[in-house]
Design a protein around this ligand. Structure first.
Ligand code: ARG
Length: 462
């Protein structure tokens, strides 16, 4: 293809240095904005027509031309193979002009690439946020299914990765469900501020064409038009918000990944990973590795990196548009790609893990995880909790030397250590009671978790 005619050629007599031209180019990545930018251009053409800046015939030619390009982009494999295009905006304009001639040359009236790129990026990101929200929801669905698959199961709960108190398996699943529910809210909130139209801000000062911006915004599905042109062409905080919401998704996925990795070790042995999401070793024939989860954990790093890149990119930029901002796109694109892929893989993993219920229950019944129950038991008998805690500490110490669990100690030994203890203590120490007593809102009692699971299911159907 012959050298592209620059959008800004008139003022120049010299030609750009080839190395600089390559450095300046963004087409290799911002071509992902192609469809969004065409949509923006279609709406702008209609805005110009309604303002009397284009005849009906010219607007029609532009519309047909842009729609032809859109169709070609979907059909032709090497449609984007253009070594000369500076960016997606100049690419579209050049293609349009070669299709429809002079009418195409009129399209850029009343706009700049500055409001154009901000508009295209917001349109693109709006769709991406919706898609990511759907992926979050699918991962939540997988958590609910995994909870329902083992609805009576119990696992040890941990603090400091030391056995703490038993919890229902479903309670653990729903903990991650809640994190992802907040992630969906954050995405929805970021979407609200993303869905504002900069078009009509032109280069920085606003447009002098009588374009009805509200109407253009409605045509593009924007909820509002930007209120300040300087801000609108140089604001990328919507990208930062997206990267922030995306980063928290990765924080949550990486914690989930880590839990599953740990629970699937031989040492824990609670979870069995399916072949579909595991890999082997090139050397050690016995190995089955949780690569999918390690990658989710690892890919969080690049997403956090993008969030920091975007903040650093914007920091200290003078108003209004600066070319620095061209660097926003790869960060946003890769964030979207990485997070969506990670969510989708995680949903697949969740569909391919199985809880070894007997082993998990066995673990939940040992390790003195009912010590708090015994302290509560003594407190119910009137002992101040601090003293009860102290007494049970001594009982645990005794039990450790005896090599027994608390509920395995005979009554006379227990009574010798605390005279308030009676025969009903064994009931209080049972796994069933330990769980059933956590019956306030948010607790792990079977009744509470059953209701939470039903509510989670219902919220997914909304
Ligand atoms: N490709 C640019 C970007 O992504 C948009 C072009 C604006 N360029 C300019 N020199 N005003 O930010």
């Amino acid at each position: 293809m012959s050298e592209e005619k620059k959008l800004w050629g008139g003022r120049f007599t010299g030609r750009p240095d080839a190395g600089f031209a390559a450095y300046n180019r963004s087409f290799d990545f911002d071509r992902r904005l192609f469809a969004a930018d065409v949509r923006g251009s279609l709406a702008h053409a209609e805005g110009l027509r309604a303002a009397g800046a284009l005849t009906g015939d010219e607007a029609e030619q532009i519309k047909t031309g842009l729609e032809t390009l859109l169709a070609q982009s979907e059909r032709e494999r090497d449609f984007f193979a253009d070594e000369t295009a500076e960016d997606v905006h100049s690419f579209i304009e050049a293609r349009l002009v070669s299709l429809v001639g002079d009418a195409g040359r009129k399209l850029h009236a009343g706009r700049s690439r500055n409001d154009q790129v901000a508009t295209a990026l917001r349109l693109w990101l709006r769709d991406e946020i919706d898609a990511m929200g759907a992926s979050v929801r699918a991962a939540q669905g997988a958590l609910v299914a995994l909870a329902e698959a083992h609805s009576e199961a119990v696992i040890p709960g941990y603090t400091h990765l030391q056995r703490a108190q038993p919890v229902l398996w479903a309670h653990w699943c729903l903990a991650y469900f809640e994190m992802l529910a907040r992630d969906r809210e954050r995405l929805a909130d970021a979407r609200r501020r993303t869905n504002v139209m900069p078009l009509g801000s032109a280069a920085l000062a606003g447009t002098s064409y009588a374009i009805d911006r509200e109407r253009v915004a409605r045509a593009l599905g924007f909820d509002a038009v930007s209120r300040n042109s300087l801000d609108a062409v140089s604001d990328r905080d919507f990208c930062v918000e997206f990267a922030g919401a995306a980063s928290l998704i990765m924080v949550h996925l990486s914690r989930l990944a880590e839990d599953i990795i740990v629970y699937a070790t031989t040492e824990f042995g609670f979870l069995e990973l399916g072949d579909a999401i595991s890999t082997g070793s090139s050397l050690m024939p016995q190995k089955k590795n949780p690569d999918a989860l390690e990658l989710v954990r690892g890919k969080s790093a690049r997403v956090f990196g993008h969030a920091v890149s975007l903040l650093t990119l914007l920091k200290g930029l003078p108003l209004a548009y600066n070319k620095d901002m061209q660097e926003d796109k790869e960060a946003v694109f890769d964030t979207a790609d990485t997070v969506r892929a990670s969510l989708d893989v995680m949903a697949t993993v969740l569909g391919n893990v199985r809880l070894r219920e007997a082993r998990a229950r066995e673990a939940a019944a040992r390790g003195y995880m009912n010590a708090t129950e015994l302290a509560d038991y003594l407190a119910r008998k009137g002992l101040p909790f601090r003293e009860a805690h102290e007494a049970v500490g001594r009982i645990v110490l005794h039990a450790i030397t005896r090599g027994a669990e608390l509920h395995e100690l005979p009554l006379d030994e227990l009574v010798a250590l605390s005279p308030l203890i009676e025969g009903d203590v064994y009931d209080a120490l049972s796994l069933e009671q330990t769980l059933a007593t956590k019956s306030q809102a948010g607790g792990t009692s079977p009744a509470r978790v059953g209701a939470a699971l039903a509510a989670a299911r219902a919220s997914l159907a909304e």
